[in-house]
Design a protein around this ligand. Structure first.
Ligand code: HEM
Ligand SMILES: [Cu+2]
Length: 655
């Protein structure tokens, strides 16, 4: 009995009411899901329609749902931290617990919220924008999604089983090494990021090939919508950056599992090596998440100003430039670690240079709006609010890039305020704009404007109330990653204000949940397929798109393909499909293997986290078998007959 208890207390996290609460809610939510699925007999539907799907639109929706759940989890972490810091000498969270929370918050927000959210938008929009029927490798696309999903689940599990990582989202050794950090926490971090990282790399390759190879006839590169361009730039960064991360994580894991010394001074290794590798990925990573947001803003501004994007070519050039320069800035993350004046100067200048193309883009968005017929819809509101927010974030970024001054700001709350300003103002606002913009395309109805405006204002006001005081706190000497502070430093009031702001954003999020639930019932249906009077091809087909997307692949004659088609003929005529042109459509078949293979990855990751080699081997063997089976599979695709396409299109009023 006592040995069981011993084992269980090593295995399950105990001793904290918050964690018992989480245990209970995990069990309850799981039971509720199982009950609902069984009661409504939905298991078969779930498996056939979703878990085995290779349709990019459904994969995009699953990414979006998972990312919003992770935004909730990361947001709860954020609120817990802000509660802890609201007054001096609070003892709500223990120091150890605070460390775990800022670690999981950062990790989840960047890797399991921002990344999947951009993958969601890519999946939902890119194939439609370029007139394709799917991505280049639909089966691989499903694998990418499930690897991300199970990677995220692995990290989330650490909260109740084994214990969370606690050395920050950057996991610098030696703190994250075995000597100072025994136990499974860091292993959870390393393995979950590795598993989902494979998926991200595959997504980068998949979309690069899709954009280069799958465009509709006539769509030259310079005719592509700006969102597609932003994804192309992003994919290039992903393909170069992610392998570096994987190597860094693998080496650190080998240090921990097998006692190697890549990053331990003692036996000839060097922690600086890890720090370099991490940021060679980490800096480009921030552009991986922000460039697609730039793409979304470009689409939204053009659509809701009724104008072609101003300075298309300079937009493209600036994105490509950013994707290159972002590789030469990584060292600004450790100006204070002794690289010397020359090296610091190089990286200070390269960092500041990124401001130039970014500034070009900001001016282009403003010139697009200038004299445009602006409609203040929800996507447009979020886009307009992004501009000042990102301008301030960019300015404080340039302040941080002044190497000697960074000795003052380094690891202070000034930095915390800066990166939240660009990550929330850029990435989160951008993805929310994209979500509102493409929502009718995904689901066939619009999200309610009135509730959306409440959400918007709560988010906006909350944002500034939360983060502006933090710049001041940074100047007052408050450092990051401290779990409490003494009275008498004058930090109390500003921290309290900041916490209030965080909760206002929380209210904004609740409004959005309400907005979605409300709109499912009462949202305005989109019967035209083109609710915003759009400019790009995704608006030329019905909402939601039939699963083959285009009954007849369009011919593209210039930029803003759909807009020109609408100009040339009446809109009713433009959406009509010529029955003579319909041919059988070649589509990939669904497959359960991406899901099953990712479960094996999860098992391997879980086993290795606890150093249970047998379980790791078992999981990896499962992965190998899945791969092997796939290579002997020939029955992977099928044709949709012409009749069926005709029937579908007729039902949608397109024939
Ligand atoms: C929604 C409102 C948010 C609030 C109130 C918030 C709050 C916080 C707080 C209090 C910290 C810890 C600071 C410290 O003690 O050192 C933190 C750290 C961090 N946050 Fe957020 N956050 C929010 C959203 C986000 C988003 C959207 C992202 C990324 C896309 C993000 C990324 C990070 C990262 C990377 C860290 C650093 C973690 C570390 O030091 O290891 N946060 N945040
Ligand atoms: Cu950086």
């Amino acid at each position: 009995m006592s040995s069981i208890k011993d084992f269980a207390s090593h295995f399950f996290v105990t001793g904290d009411p918050l964690i018992y609460g989480a245990d209970v809610s995990i069990v309850l939510v799981s039971l509720a899901i199982v009950f609902v699925l069984t009661y409504y007999k939905k298991w078969g539907w779930l498996w056939r329609e979703w878990l085995t799907t290779v349709d990019h639109k459904k994969i995009g929706i699953m990414y979006m749902i998972a990312a919003l759940l992770m935004l909730f989890r990361g947001g709860v972490d954020a609120l817990l931290m802000r509660m802890q810091l609201a007054w001096p000498n609070v003892h709500f969270l223990k120091s150890e617990h605070y460390n775990e929370i800022f670690t999981t918050h950062g990790t989840i927000m960047i890797l399991f919220m921002a990344m999947p959210l951009i993958f969601a938008m890519m999946n939902i929009a890119v194939p439609l924008q370029i007139g394709a029927r799917d991505v280049a490798y639909p089966y691989l696309n499903a694998i990418s999604f499930w690897l991300f999903f199970f990677g995220a689940m692995l990290l989330n599990l650490s909260f109740v089983i084994g214990g969370s990582p606690n050395s920050g989202w950057t996991a610098y050794p030696p703190l994250s090494g075995l000597e100072f950090n025994p136990g499974p926490g860091e292993n959870f971090y390393l393995l979950s990021l590795s598993i989902s990282g494979i998926g991200s790399l595959a997504t980068g390759i998949n979309f690069l090939v899709t954009i280069l190879k799958m465009r509709a006839p006539g769509m030259k590169l310079m005719y592509m919508p700006l969102f597609t361009w932003s994804v192309l730039a992003t994919c290039i960064i992903i393909i170069i950056a992610f392998p570096v991360l994987t190597v860094a994580l693998a080496l650190l894991f080998i240090d921990r599992l097998a006692g190697a010394h890549f990053f331990t001074m003692a036996a000839g290794g060097n922690p600086m090596m890890y720090i370099n590798l991490f940021w060679i990925w980490g800096h480009p990573e921030v552009y991986i998440v922000v460039l697609p947001a730039f793409g979304i803003f470009s689409e939204v501004v053009a659509t809701f100003s009724k104008k072609t994007a101003f300075g298309y070519k300079s937009m493209v050039a600036s994105m490509m430039l950013i994707s290159v320069i972002s590789y030469f800035t990584w060292l600004h993350h450790f100006f204070t670690m002794g690289a010397g004046a020359d090296v610091n100067t190089f990286f200070a200048i390269s960092t500041m240079m990124i401001g130039i193309p970014t500034g070009v883009k900001i001016f282009n968005w403003m010139f697009t709006m200038y004299r445009g017929r602006i409609r203040l819809t929800l996507p447009m509101l979020w886009t307009i609010s992004f501009i000042p927010c990102f301008a301030i974030g960019g300015a404080t970024g340039v302040m941080l890039a002044v190497a000697p001054a960074d000795y003052q700001y380094h690891n202070s709350y000034f930095l915390i305020a800066h990166f939240h300003q660009v990550l929330i103002g850029g990435v989160v606002f951008g993805m929310i704009a994209g979500m509102y913009y493409w929502w009718p395309k995904m689901f066939g109805f619009k999200l309610d404007e009135r509730l959306g405006r409440w959400a918007f204002w709560f988010w906006q006001i909350g944002f500034y109330v939360c983060f502006m005081p933090q710049y001041a706190l940074g100047f007052m000497g408050m450092t990051r990653r401290i779990y409490t502070y003494p009275d008498g430093l004058g930090w109390g009031p500003l921290n309290f204000v900041s916490t209030v702001g965080a909760f206002l954003m929380g209210v904004g999020f609740i409004f959005q949940v309400w907005q979605i639930v409300y709109s499912i019932k009462y949202g305005e249906r989109d019967l035209t397929g083109d609710p915003w009077d759009g400019r790009t091809l995704e608006w030329s087909i019905p909402s939601p798109a039939p699963h083959y997307n285009f009954a007849v692949i369009p011919h593209v004659k210039g930029p803003d393909a759909w807009w020109t088609m609408k100009q040339e003929m009446k809109k009713e005529a433009a959406v009509k499909v010529d029955p003579a042109e319909i041919k059988p459509i070649h589509m990939p078949k669904n497959s359960g293997r991406p899901f099953i293979m990712s479960v094996f990855f999860f098992i391997a990751g879980f086993g290795l986290t606890f150093n249970w080699i047998w379980m790791g081997v078992f999981g990896l063997a499962g992965v190998a078998i899945c791969l092997l089976l796939r290579s002997f599979e020939y029955d992977t695709d099928y044709y949709i007959p012409v009749d069926e396409v005709k029937r579908t299109e007729a039902a949608l009023g397109r024939l």
